[in-house]
Design a protein around this ligand. Structure first.
Ligand SMILES: *Cc1c(COP(=O)(O)O)cnc(C)c1O
Length: 414
């Protein structure tokens, strides 16, 4: 990175990073590379690329130039050492687990997790890996759950759907003291609102499907090694990945296992969509966060609303912490309706809101949590997680604010 590029701001860097290296025909977007295989000048170059001694691409499953350009962008956003992209956010998390853990190892995870991540960790339990789910808003609970076999700690920044904020800084210090990999899923904040590196994260996950892509038209995930973890202290690195600089051992193993062996590869077309979306991350996020603050305040003041969960409200238990850590409170909120209102009828009255399970789209999306994404776990588990039967999750989009508020106002006016 040249001196001038190091000083560039967040959006400037995203917009111009493709041109830091020569781009074919001066194209302002990194072109789509659809070839599965690559040719080489001679047999020695072919061997050097396969052995990792020379730069180049071996086979499409392990990456392609379009995806590599996106990896560069994500890496700059997270101020990382190296980034690997995957077909989905789940694939990115799965690649970490499958590549770094062995039977007998143990992890500590926040209990407030994206539902499918929760389900993945439950699967690990059946495969000889111990998992402790704890209240990660309290670093003491994380500490109490550590065992001599603990290899990593996993948290999300702002949890979905109840918006609990993990005790990010203290957990970071704990992981540093104990030599543990600190994995932070930054999806809900995105690197625009928060860089987990600042609290000592070792690996940062982003579901690119959400805010970074932003348009709900492409799936993708990323793992960024931000350079704080000392891989020479980690027992599970295979000898074959200890050739180069230790800083790259972890991401090399994640890439080799996750992409080459498990095949969770991001296609060039999807990488292109995500890279285009990333250009406007800051603009979209500013607007969506401002809309979310306005909507949360409106709902909190409304007599037909029983509770609102949003880190931007002073009533939120981690409001002050969020203010200190993040440059915005995010664009996801949830709320409980007055029990006299039917949540399905309420949702059906919304006109400028799409009923959808996704989040991070430009459009505002709503979903009745207990009846959909948290249905499978049953009423008892929902109650234990503080998920009311009337809880509605809103992923706030970039619509005109007054349209959004008017829509909720009419849907509540019965
Ligand atoms: C959506 C999401 C994921 C998974 O991303 P996909 O691209 O849908 O697989 C992981 N973590 C969080 C916090 C998410 O919101």
């Amino acid at each position: 990175m040249s001196d001038s590029s190091a000083k560039r701001g967040f959006t400037t860097a995203i917009l111009h990073s493709d041109r830091d290296a020569p781009v074919e025909h001066g194209s302002l977007h990194k072109p789509l590379h659809l070839s599965v295989a690559y040719g080489y000048r001679d047999a020695r170059e072919l061997a050097a690329v396969f052995q990792g001694r020379a730069q180049g691409f071996a086979y499409g499953r392990q990456g392609n130039p379009t995806t590599a350009a996106l990896e560069q962008k994500i890496n700059r956003m997270e101020d990382g050492v190296a980034t690997a992209c995957f077909s989905t956010g789940m694939a990115a998390i799965g690649a970490i687990m499958v590549s770094l853990l062995r039977a007998g190892d143990h992890i500590v995870s926040s209990a407030f997790l994206f539902g499918n991540t929760n389900s993945m960790f439950a699967t690990l339990l059946t495969q000889g890996i111990g998992v402790a789910f704890v209240d990660a808003t309290d670093a003491g609970a994380v500490e109490a759950a550590l065992t001599p076999a603990t290899r990593l700690v996993f948290v999300e920044t702002i949890a979905n759907p109840r918006t609990q904020v993990a005790d990010l800084e203290r957990i970071g210090r704990l992981c540093a003291q104990r030599g543990l990999i600190y994995v932070v899923d930054n999806t809900m904040t995105s690197p625009y609102l928060f860089r987990p590196k600042t609290v000592g994260a070792g690996l940062v996950v982003n579901a690119l499907t959400k805010y970074i892509g932003g348009h709900g038209n492409a799936l993708g995930g990323a793992v960024t090694d931000v350079g704080t973890f000392d891989w020479t202290r980690f027992p599970n690195i295979y000898e074959s990945y200890k050739g180069g600089q230790p800083a790259l051992w972890g991401i090399t193993q994640i890439r080799k296992k996750g992409l080459r062996d498990w095949g969770a590869t991001l296609s060039a077309e999807q990488a292109h969509h995500l890279a285009v979306g990333a250009e406007t991350l800051a603009l979209r996020m500013d607007r969506a966060c401002a809309n979310a603050v306005a909507l949360a305040e409106f709902l909190a003041a409304h007599p037909r609303v029983r509770a609102v969960y949003y880190p931007g409200l002073p009533s939120h238990p981690q409001h002050v912490l969020s203010q200190e850590l993040f440059s915005g409170f995010g664009a996801l909120l949830s709320f409980e309706l007055d029990p006299a209102l039917d949540c399905f009828d309420f949702l059906n009255r919304l006109q400028n809101v799409a009923l959808s399970s996704n989040l991070g789209d430009n459009r505002t999306l709503a979903i009745p949590v207990a009846h959909t994404i948290y249905w499978e776990m049953g009423a008892e588990r929902r109650a234990s997680m503080g998920i009311a039967e009337s809880l509605i999750r809103i992923s706030v989009g970039i619509e005109d604010r007054d349209d959004l508020l008017a829509d909720f106002e009419q849907a509540l006016a019965v």
